[in-house]
Design a protein around this ligand. Structure first.
Ligand SMILES: [Zn+2]
Length: 199
């Protein structure tokens, strides 16, 4: 994988994210990015064939892989319903934890490579702070396989990925970890951002 290309992509996405955060709205405690919210439900045609510039430059037919991944979701009615969200989070935790236990991923750098290899997305730790004795990470995923190019549906959608990050970091650090997605394509942004707390 070409390091220069990844660094350039991350730099561009960080700039875009900074701009989108600058112009975002906050309604109650819900964040909403610059792309307008759509009325009605998500159509199949809106989920498939997304343009992911970085991955499309690395592999032919990137949009087909992403579409295949997303078609699995059509087994589940009401994709954004509460029970599905809970099951997805736990499924993601289990998956993430097994990646470490079964040594498919050994450390953080390895995780970045794994997510690039399997085209999940480009992982970027933007910030790390100590707040009230807890470590809080600003962790982002660009060109996410789950949500890249989806319309603004009013709330984040990458529940499986949040669970996966929780499972991976819990297993890696042996701490209590909670990852929550706060910004996503489906609440109007062009990136995913996870607030991750370790204690
Ligand atoms: Zn997302």
């Amino acid at each position: 994988m070409e390091n220069g290309k990844i660094k350039r992509a991350i730099k561009n996405y960080r700039e875009l994210a900074a701009h989108e955060i600058e112009v975002e709205k906050c309604v109650g405690d819900a964040l909403n990015g610059p792309r307008p919210e759509i009325d009605g439900k998500l159509e199949l045609s809106q989920m498939i064939n997304p343009k992911r510039p970085f991955f499309a430059s690395m592999v032919n037919s990137d949009e087909k892989y992403v579409s295949t991944f997303r078609m699995g979701h059509f087994n589940t009615p009401e994709i954004l319903s509460k029970s599905v969200r809970g099951a997805n989070y736990v499924g993601g935790m289990e998956f993430g934890s097994n990646l470490i236990k079964q040594k498919l991923v050994t450390d953080f750098d390895d995780l970045v490579s794994f997510l690039l290899d399997y085209k999940f997305g480009i992982l970027d730790i933007v910030d790390e702070n100590e707040i009230n004795g807890k470590t809080v990470l600003d962790l982002r995923v660009y060109e996410c396989i789950e949500c890249a190019c989806l319309p603004n549906l009013g709330k984040p959608t990458c529940i499986f990925e949040a669970g996966m990050i929780t499972g991976i970091l819990t297993e890696m650090t042996k701490k209590d970890v909670i990852a929550k997605e706060v910004r996503c394509w489906t609440n109007g942004y062009s990136f995913c951002q996870f607030e991750v707390t370790l204690e």
